[in-house]
Design a protein around this ligand. Structure first.
Ligand code: SPV
Ligand code: MG
Length: 444
């Protein structure tokens, strides 16, 4: 479609109109934007790249190529380009649109920052922002729900962790131990320095899952109960799940559990190379813990891999040599052995405050293996940044217990205050009204 018109001096130049799409499903709202855009000139649609989309919105259910093809078929679209970054500086510089069209829904919430960025970018090139009323209706909400449902399906959810490892400098995983903490991990979006960010997936920690049931972290909470937690979280979220599988238990049991987790849509299980009565790693050598032999643990990994039915599911081997003070050489020897046994990733753990031994391990491992994903849990070495971890070849960072540790002191303090005051009035101002909490909960 082209646009031209007549002025007293003849044809005026056709204006360049740009709009960025982040969707996999076209609904009335998008068609409305295109109709408006067409009134001003020649319309270019930007397809936001996967890596930008997952920080900004939700994971796409179709590939970038398919999104581009979809946008091309729409009436009123003259051209489709890829927008690589969620901010507008590069695309405005490249396309130099006279007009950018956007729904007015980005005037509030974290997206406000992108609106400001867009306005600044347009100021430099002399372009203009036109906002159209966002279309809120039943069809639009249904389309949104449909996308979410699709993302939550086991076959879509399961494979997404592998894709995230491919496209993210570092995959950010937050612990969840209930439907509510799952929702917090799923829906928290922040704005910093003009960009939006969110977690990529969830870690179902044995420590937090046990603690939430008032039990010690010694594999006392059995797999059936752990799977109930997985299911509670899956029912209300769409992001990929990594399960803390403790030692994996008996190999004869592990193979069944791999099948179940895979069928449920869990993306990965991490099992640690310990045997006997497992205690939490943060106790280190203060308690008696036994490391499994390389042979036994390799056989467990290999059996798990044989049991798997899809290419998507990952079994990640967790090495406890540094926790148990068995040295770097032992840790590296195990890492290569477990990889050779079929492990899809290696988690290296440490309880030192300084990340030096983690960096040493990762640098050495990367000398011999550029590809196998590396996972860390920086609970003790918590000053380290995601950027530093990524620079040492680490692919996944797990924030393993922070939500539970955040909630616990506030709950204890609230209980104490109510007991002291014989009423709840004194604590009320520190509590979130229930109507705010339930905004997290979706209605069908
Ligand atoms: C967990 O979260 O249960 C873990 C990580 O296994 S750690 O507690 O650091 O051992
Ligand atoms: Mg654990």
């Amino acid at each position: 479609m082209t646009c031209s018109g007549n002025t007293a001096d003849g044809d005026y130049p056709v204006k360049k109109v740009y709009t960025c799409f982040t969707t996999d499903i076209i609904h009335e709202g998008h068609l409305n934007i295109l109709r408006e855009a067409g009134k001003y000139g020649r319309v270019t649609v930007g397809a936001l790249s996967d890596k930008a989309l997952i920080r900004y919105n939700r994971f796409p259910t179709v590939s970038l190529e398919d999104r581009i093809s979809l946008y091309r078929t729409l009436e009123g679209v003259d051209d489709v380009v890829v927008q690589d970054d969620m901010t507008y500086d590069d695309i405005v510089d490249r396309i130099r649109p006279d007009i950018i069209i956007h729904g007015d829904n980005w005037k509030t919430g974290p997206e406000r920052a992108l609106r400001e960025n867009c306005l600044k970018a347009l100021e430099k090139t002399g372009g203009e922002l036109i906002e159209v009323g966002y279309t809120y209706n039943e069809t639009v909400s249904k389309a949104d729900l449909l996308l979410k449902e699709k993302l939550a399906m086991p076959e879509y959810r399961r494979k997404r962790l592998r894709r995230l490892i491919e496209i993210c400098p570092i995959v950010k995983i937050m612990e969840a131990h209930s439907g509510l903490t799952g929702l917090i991990t799923e829906k928290t979006v922040v704005e910093k320095n003009g960009r939006l960010d969110q977690f990529d997936g969830m870690w179902i920690s044995s420590l937090c899952d046990s603690t939430d049931r008032g039990k010690p972290d010694i594999e006392l909470v059995d797999m059936t109960s752990r799977m109930r937690t997985v299911n509670d979280i899956m029912e209300v979220t769409t992001k990929p799940i990594i399960l803390d599988g403790d030692t994996g238990g008996l190999t004869e049991h592990f193979v069944y559990n791999v099948r179940t987790l895979e069928r449920m849509g869990v993306s990965a299980v991490i099992i640690e190379d310990k045997c006997g009565l497992k205690k939490n790693s943060l106790f280190g050598t203060e308690v008696e813990q036994t490391q499994d032999s390389i042979e036994n643990f390799s056989a467990k990994i290999a059996a798990g891999k044989r049991a798997q039915l899809t290419e998507d599911f990952m079994i990640i081997a967790r090495i406890e040599s540094l926790i148990l003070e068995r040295g770097m050489e032992d840790a590296l020897k195990r890492a290569y052995a477990f990889r050779d046994a079929g492990a899809d990733g290696i988690m290296i753990h440490s309880r030192k405050k300084d990340p030096a031994e983690i960096f040493e391990f990762c640098d050495s491992f990367r000398n011999g293996d550029k590809d196998t994903p590396l996972v860390v849990v920086p609970t003790s070495f918590n000053q380290v940044t995601e950027e530093e971890l990524s620079a040492h070849g680490i692919n996944i960072v797990i924030y393993a217990n922070q939500l539970m540790r955040a909630a616990f002191p506030v709950m204890v303090q609230t209980a104490e205050e109510i007991l002291k005051n014989h009423r709840a009035y004194e604590v009320d101002s520190q509590l979130m009204p229930f109507k705010d909490i339930i905004t997290l909960i979706d209605e069908l």
